[in-house]
Design a protein around this ligand. Sequence first.
Ligand code: S3P
Length: 199
Amino acid sequence: ARTCFFNKLHINLDIFKIRHICVFSIKKLMKIKENLVFLGMMGSGKSSIGSLIAEKLKLNFVDIDKEIEKELGASIKKIFETKGESYFRKFEEKITLKNLKLNSVVISLGGGAFENKNIRKEVLRDNISFWLNWNENILLDRIKNSKKRPLSFNATDNELIDLIQKRSNIYSKALYEIKCDNLSKNKIVKKILKIYETH
Ligand code: S3P
């Protein structure tokens, strides 16, 4: 009876091992398919950091703002002016959800995209998301004089600070927060790659 018990234990352990190996391999395979998604305020470096990461990982890079401009044949500024923000937001949702269906790409979202519930849900489902977080004064300096960002044209400094604070609550739902203050672009990239390797 004792030998029988140990045999059973042995078989059970083997099954456990096989199951473990299977789950591990499936997870590995799934990791290959996961997208890296960058989110954060205007001026946080989603496009520049995102494209550097894509280059390092030899993955394709998708900049959602650029995709929208390509599809509509107009700049974001022009789209806001001629069609209005709510048209832009609907189109942004459509293009973003379409691109999130891709596998193994690096995606940079528009600064307001993560406020959209459908986009947020999809990003958080099976993508590796990174919030590029900067001190609000650094962001303010970068965006307040931007000619191509419709949301920052007419806003006062206080309104922009409010927007940064309101959005930070939402951005914080990302899988990883990257605190970028005092870091060079190179250091930020290294930090992200390290997280990705051990994810
Ligand atoms: C927006 C950010 C912009 C662009 C649009 C609206 C926002 O993208 O999608 O002007 O609501 O913050 P960037 O974050 O790439 O500047």
